[in-house]
Write a protein that binds this ligand. Structure first.
Ligand code: BV8
Length: 309
């Protein structure tokens, strides 16, 4: 792995970090990439022979709920088989050390939560694979990690043969069609089909959450915005860093495997920073003056040494 190319000096960033009282983070799929979860760009953008984004719509679900549930059954299974990485733990520790830190994530994989990120400093912009809601009465099950979610979705949770891709990913292997009656129905109204508690394209984000984020950004100037592992293509998530900048004297810090990649509002201002490389390698280094160094105990317990008390 090539050493991260830094377009900015880490020491200059560290002095900015140590003076920062209010920090916002906007995270995307790149944050979970080194945990082993595909991003939406490149080959990760396709599921079998479907555009992943085309399956993340109410239309697709109404057209073929079995196919869309197989897609989400697979992503739930994958998210359960991987672990949070050092970047998730670094952000969680930053939240414990900096009360003025707020983390906005587009990721629905629950890895921030499994890294014990304080819930009051975390906003799940696009929901979670592990909350389930009724398409008819909106009855919500906030946390369900059944894998498979129901017997009909078992093919999506099969362990792949060693060193081979998951059989379900092979578009040449026919996907068992799942009739709607075999799909999960609402335990409350007994009628509605259940769906993953994620925000699909064309659907509004949670209104109260958007209001809370707006209030947090507008309350006081934001010193730093960390834009981590996101292509900045999806709205309204892509707009928060510029909104924070409007309060003035804000440095936007992009952490991405490809800094030059298009999409993101790439007009770095002189106070901004850019660090190119794996977020799981870069974030612990960038946040070290505050969070210290991560130590993983035998049983996998994570603790921090050093840093700001
Ligand atoms: C809405 C949940 C009101 C489901 C998701 C304004 C302009 C244009 C379009 C719109 C607009 N306003 C609204 C729209 C429409 C649409 C939109 O933004 N379309 C885009 C595609 C143009 N937005 C919506 O529909 C939103 N709703 O606006 O409602 C409304 C309604 C109708 C019409 C108008 C208004 C709802 C959007 C939410 C959709 N749900 N997820 C699911 O996951 O299945 S979005 C989903 O895709 C993710 O959550 C995420 O947001 C997005 C993927 O983006 P990224 O996370 O950035 O991932 P990506 O793969 O693209 O990039 C990865 C990056 O990481 C890359 O830069 C790569 O270089 C980097 N990387 C890779 N490895 C690493 C790394 N970096 C560091 N380390 C590594 N190791």
């Amino acid at each position: 792995m090539a050493p991260p190319k830094t377009y900015s000096s880490i020491s200059a960033f560290h002095s900015k970090l140590l003076g920062a009282k209010r920090i916002l983070a906007v995270c995307g799929a790149g944050l979970s990439a080194s945990s082993g979860l595909p991003t939406f760009r490149g080959k990760g953008g396709m599921w079998r022979n479907h555009e992943a984004m085309s399956l993340a719509t109410l239309d697709a679900f109404e057209r073929d709920p079995g196919l869309v549930w197989m897609f989400y059954g697979y992503r739930r299974h994958m998210a359960l088989t991987v672990k949070p990485n050092a970047a998730h733990y670094a952000l969680a520790e930053l939240a414990r050390k900096v009360p003025g830190f707020m983390c906005l994530t587009q990721n629905v994989d629950n890895l921030h939560i499994r890294a014990s990120h304080p819930p009051s400093q975390l906003k799940l912009l696009h929901g979670s694979l592990f909350s389930i809601k009724c398409t008819r009465c909106s009855f919500l099950q906030p946390s369900n990690a059944d894998d498979p979610f129901c017997p009909a979705l078992a093919p999506a949770s099969l362990p792949p043969p060693p060193n081979q891709p998951h059989p379900i990913l092979d578009p040449n292997t026919p996907l068992p069609s799942v009739p709607a009656q075999d799909l999960p129905h609402c335990p409350k109204c007994q009628i509605g089909l259940q769906r993953p508690g994620v925000v699909w394209f064309g659907e509004q984000l949670d209104h109260q959450m958007l209001e809370d984020i707006d209030k947090w950004i507008e309350a006081e100037k934001v010193d730093l915005v960390l834009v981590i592992g996101t292509s900045g293509v999806v709205w309204p998530a892509a707009g928060f860093s510029e909104q924070a900048r409007t309060k003035g004297e804000t440095s936007v810090v992009v952490v991405n495997m490809e800094l030059e990649e298009g999409g993101r509002n790439n007009r770095p201002e002189k106070e901004d920073f850019g660090f190119e490389g794996d977020a799981a390698v870069l974030l612990p280094r960038l946040l070290e003056p505050i969070i210290g160094r991560m130590v993983v105990e035998e049983e996998g317990e994570v603790r921090w040494v050093g840093g700001r008390s």
